[in-house]
Design a protein around this ligand. Structure first.
Ligand SMILES: Nc1ncnc2c1ncn2[C@@H]1O[C@H](COP(=O)(O)OP(=O)(O)OP(=O)(O)O)[C@@H](O)[C@H]1O
Length: 349
């Protein structure tokens, strides 16, 4: 797979001597969503901001599509790379439409083209243009502002999008919805995304691969979310994924027909005579399946596909699905940047 952004032995020491990033080598593949996670101050934002030259590296190279970013004019570079930050940074005295149209205007698009693109993007992020285009940022909720920020960053369909805690200001429910919608939009557009977050849940739910950094921008592990949760490569990663790792893994697995028992014809009434309330569908996440099983005294929950009941799920079925998920990730060739040591399997907890 082609590489979109390559960090090659990158170092950043700030003027006061703080080494934010010591020696980082990392490749972001074309079309993937790579999440950077790690404790506060470990160098995530610095790493991200070096990609669009808001921060200049002290040494090392950053290649965008094979081209050294320091050879590209910084302003031209930022027009090629979308950038979304936590508090969005919308222009307060410009309407939503004007905010989203900022970069197209700078690029000299005519008024009609800019307007058409702006409206299309507002639709895409779930803000009806007729309702929202003329509002000012102070007339929006935090989540709506965040959506405008995403629309603005995508206005010129940049191949690469850098996001720094983009959903941070949104409440947990709105945040989950925004994450799901963002993932859908990203898949539709094929954008390469580098996302900084301190939220491991957000990282494993959204990302194709997760890079865990520790102090000084040290790369502790680079792997797909399942492998990260099932086989933390170091104590620092284990610490970060914490005791909730198994539960987070459940959220990544899906109910599949092969894990089901034949439907026993138990009907709508369970063993103790109460009506069954739980119904699962093929493709439901395993955490929802587990919750449904826990609430069902018979230990079996019917699973639907379309209008049909295709079987019943029990606890061994959930475990089988979970084991397959983890084993599949272990077998996969570990994805890692050139020059990075393979995560040690021995650290598996
Ligand atoms: N302009 C600056 N001058 C000096 N030191 C800086 C500057 N910007 C960041 N740092 C330091 O560099 C280190 C890495 O900061 P950075 O913002 O990259 O971390 P982060 O992982 O994004 O943190 P957080 O999760 O808290 O946002 C920190 O020790 C920080 O204090």
């Amino acid at each position: 797979m082609a590489t979109a952004i390559a960090f090659d032995h990158v170092r950043k020491a700030y003027a006061d001597g703080t080494v934010a990033v010591g020696d980082l080598s990392l490749e972001v593949r074309e079309h993937e969503l790579l999440a950077l996670v790690g404790p506060s101050g470990c160098g995530k934002s610095t790493t991200l901001r070096m990609a669009n030259r808001l921060v200049e590296p002290t040494s090392g190279r950053i290649l965008l599509d094979g081209e050294d970013v320091t050879d590209v004019d910084a302003v031209a570079l930022r027009r090629r790379i979308g950038y979304v930050i936590q508090n969005v940074g919308l222009f307060p005295h410009r309407t939503v439409e004007q905010n989203v149209g900022t970069v197209p205007r700078l690029l000299g698009w005519d008024r009609n083209r800019t307007r058409a693109r702006t409206r299309e993007l507002l639709e895409l992020v779930g803000l009806a243009p007729d309702r929202y285009a003329r509002r000012y940022p102070h007339e929006l909720s935090g989540g709506e502002r965040q959506r405008v920020g995403v629309a603005r960053a995508l206005a010129t369909d940049p191949p690469v999008l850098l996001m720094d805690e983009p959903f941070g200001a949104v409440d947990p429910v709105g945040r989950r919805r925004l994450q799901t919608e963002f993932r859908r939009i990203k898949d539709e557009l094929g954008t390469t995304v580098m996302l900084v977050t301190h939220d491991v849940d957000e990282a494993v739910r959204l990302a194709d691969r997760v890079a865990v950094l520790s102090r000084g921008g040290h790369l502790e592990q680079l792997s797909d979310p399942v492998r990260l949760l099932a086989a933390p490569a170091s104590p620092a990663v284990a610490d970060l994924v914490g005791t909730g790792a198994a539960v987070r893994l459940l959220a990544l697995g899906r109910v599949e027909p092969r894990d089901l028992q034949p439907a026993g014809g138990a009907g709508p009434v369970s063993a103790n005579g109460r009506a069954r309330s739980a119904v699962l569908r093929v493709g439901d996440p395993l955490d929802a399946a587990f919750a449904a099983l826990a609430a069902e005294p018979t230990g079996r929950v019917p699973v639907h596909e379309g209008d049909r009941v295709v079987g019943e799920l029990d606890a061994p079925g959930v475990l089988a699905a979970l084991h397959r998920l983890v084993d599949g990730a272990q077998d996969a060739v570990p994805s890692r940047a050139a020059g990075q040591p393979e995560p040690s399997a021995g650290a598996r907890g």
